[in-house]
Design a protein around this ligand. Structure first.
Ligand code: FEO
Ligand code: CA
Ligand code: CA
Length: 648
């Protein structure tokens, strides 16, 4: 590939510094559309033009910042024109009204009840929701993906108790915090009427075709409609109607299965003792031998209304049960919701959901059933740069009782098996999806796959490198006419697409051909987080593992990082580098693009951290410094020192 989309479909993805106005600047009532194509937004808003609203005209040249070199320092490094402020660390007060959180104790002696009022651990996907006409006052919804129990408890996992299990569960889930900027300084609002912690035990509901299905029924919930908690919340999304979508990724790790799990359990990676969280020792719910349907109640996209702390989060079963990485929502030309989702595991698939109904004005309340009705598709990437979306609909494509699918609910619960049946393309770990704000072009990170090339699962057109430890970014344009004279106009509801690679990650001078990259500009490996800003700049965050370094794939890429790319030219510049042992994730912008929020996850991570609180401390003291004790995942806000547009 690499020939472009053809003359009729040239990407019109030049970067717009004048600020493609977001809905925040266009419509005071529905200020939540951040990531829809202009055409789709215009349709939703009932207007035909979005020009002339650049009240907050951007300044500076795109990618005009000074590139940051690779770093192995235990520090967050941003360009000299920028400044970074740590805003919300693990253990900081969430600001819940009427419940002042106890101070964080540097020796991790806070109780489980303390943790319920404090930031959870290991921040990941995040979205910013402006609250009023001030673009710099809003809510942040932040995922807390997992716990490192070596760090979470004073003595790590040397002893193990029910209280430790409760604290670990309380450190999972989501934070909703209220944030505001004054005089260039951001702070988390105390006593906020919005602030909320959602954990591994928060009461939730099921929505969609699998709600109440026999596969979701348990002894504690015989109706199969009231699950408890959300776990391993990885990437996320924001809907055009203002809700937060949080995604359950490696949920299998919390359950202890039988020594020989059933085939349907094995397909999702269930095993005895899971990943070693040891919850099942004190909370029977996580013993999958005793409660075999409880794992079916995880692996979903969960919808949360950040504006209503009393809302019951809903697990949207119509979007399928996988190891959900993210849920990036855009609008089709006719105003329906389209949600793109990766299943992050080696040789897994890319999905999209297209709603049956159109998005209505009126926020979450008017759209609270929208994600319960629609069609789920999985992607097939054919050679020659075309692809198709294959419907996962009971009765079609071999999805019938003989194949193990009694009804649509079973197709959704066994979504991976359904995708196997229809012949989707096995990808190199699909992580985040980003949709260009003007063209609707879709970008997807494929973070790596060291097993590509083994056991007959060879490189293919879309995943072109065996031993793909550096990963790649693929892009496509939706439309119709694959294989012929097609029209790929970027309508997100289309069932065909034209694809090409954006970049193969890695050092272009690497010794081994498989590790060589095709990046134009600063190099990186293992792209993971991916987000467009409203001006069409593409932000790339990395999660490269130390094992890639050990394989000799690179010498000096250093710590994980965030880069900024111009999708029209491919030019890529390194914008920041994170502290030692971290992953950089969770990118979200204020609508005026004067600030970007990111998350630094697991500073100090080592290969064998679990159970030993000393190990991460030896690697990183970020952000509190050597006197501060344990490294802490944290939300960081970054702004240009002169108040200009981020990315220039
Ligand atoms: Fe939680 Fe796939 O990263
Ligand atoms: Ca990720
Ligand atoms: Ca990752």
């Amino acid at each position: 590939m690499g020939q472009g989309f053809g003359k009729a479909f040239e990407p019109e993805d030049g970067v717009n510094t004048a600020g493609n106005p977001s809905i925040h600047e266009v419509d005071g009532e529905r200020r939540h559309v951040l990531r829809c194509t202009s055409a789709a937004v215009a349709l939703l808003m009932g207007s035909h033009t979005l020009t002339g609203h650049a009240a907050t005209a951007a300044t500076g040249k795109p990618l005009g910042f000074t590139s940051v070199p690779p770093s192995r320092a235990d520090a967050l490094v941003v360009p000299p024109e920028y400044e970074a402020q740590v805003l919300y660390r693990w253990g900081d007060a969430t600001g819940i009204a009427g419940a002042a959180a106890p101070d964080f104790s540097a020796d991790a002696s806070n109780s489980a009840n303390d943790q319920l009022l404090q930031a959870g651990m290991h921040h990941d996907g995040m979205e910013y929701f402006p609250l009023d006409n001030n673009p710099r006052h809003g809510l942040l919804a932040i995922n807390h993906e997992y716990t490192d129990d070596g760090l979470l408890h004073s003595d790590g996992m040397k002893t193990w108790t029910a209280d430790k299990v409760r604290k670990s569960q309380a450190a999972h889930g989501v934070s909703i915090i209220e944030v505001i900027e004054r005089g260039g300084v951001w702070r988390v609002m105390p006593n906020s009427r919005y602030a909320r912690r959602i954990t591994g035990n928060t009461p939730m509901a099921f929505g969609g075709p699998a709600a109440g299905h026999v596969l979701l029924k348990t002894a504690a919930d015989p109706e199969g409609k009231r699950p408890l908690g959300t776990l391993n919340n990885c990437a996320a999304g924001q809907t055009p109607w203002g809700s937060f979508l949080t995604c359950e990724e490696n949920w299998n790790g919390y359950f202890s299965a039988a020594d020989k799990p059933a085939p349907d359990e094995l397909r999702y990676g269930m095993r005895a003792k899971g990943f070693g969280y040891r919850w099942h020792e004190f909370d029977e719910r996580f013993d999958a031998v005793k409660h075999p349907n409880e794992p079916n109640r995880f692996g979903w996209v969960v919808e949360i209304d950040p504006q209503d702390p009393t809302q019951t989060p809903i697990k949207r079963t119509a979007l399928g049960r996988i190891k959900h990485e993210g849920a990036t929502t855009t609008l089709s030309r006719d105003g329906r919701a389209v949600v793109y989702m990766g299943d992050d595991e080696r040789f897994e698939y890319v999905y999209k959901f297209v709603s049956r109904d159109k998005v209505k004005p009126g926020g979450y309340r008017a759209n609270k059933d929208l994600l319960d009705h629609g069609t789920l598709y999985v992607a097939r990437f054919d050679s020659q740069g075309y692809g198709r979306w294959l419907p996962l609909v009971h009765g079609e494509g071999g999805l019938n009782a003989a194949a193990g699918f009694a009804d649509q609910a079973e197709v959704l619960v066994k979504c991976r098996q359904a995708a196997d049946t229809v012949g989707a393309t096995r990808m190199d770990r699909p992580e985040w999806v980003a949709v260009h704000p003007n063209t609707g072009e879709v970008f997807l990170t494929l973070t790596n796959n060291s097993a590509r090339g083994q056991n007959g699962r060879l490189a293919d057109a879309a995943n072109p490198r065996n031993d793909n430890i550096m990963g790649h970014i693929i892009r496509w344009r939706e439309g119709k006419g694959a294989g012929g004279s097609g029209v790929f106009d970027g309508d997100a509801s289309a069932t065909e697409f034209r694809w090409m690679h954006f970049a193969l990650a890695g050092d272009p001078n690497a010794g081994k051909a498989e590790y060589r990259g095709s990046i134009k500009g600063d190099i990186y490996g293992s792209p993971d987080g991916l987000q467009f800003d409203a001006g069409g700049l593409l932000w790339i965050q990395t999660d490269i593992s130390t094992s890639a370094m050990h394989k000799g794939a690179y010498k000096d890429i250093g710590n994980n990082m965030m880069l900024c790319a111009d999708p029209a030219t491919g030019e890529t510049k390194r914008f920041l580098t994170g502290p030692a042992g971290c992953e950089v994730t969770g990118v979200s912008f204020t609508p005026d693009r004067r600030a970007v929020f990111i998350n630094i996850q697991h500073p100090g991570e080592t290969a064998s951290e679990r159970g030993d609180p000393a190990q991460p401390k030896a690697v990183s003291h970020w952000p509190d410094g050597p006197m501060g004790g344990r490294p802490r995942s944290a939300t960081v806000v970054i702004r240009r020192k002169d108040g200009g547009t981020v990315g220039t």
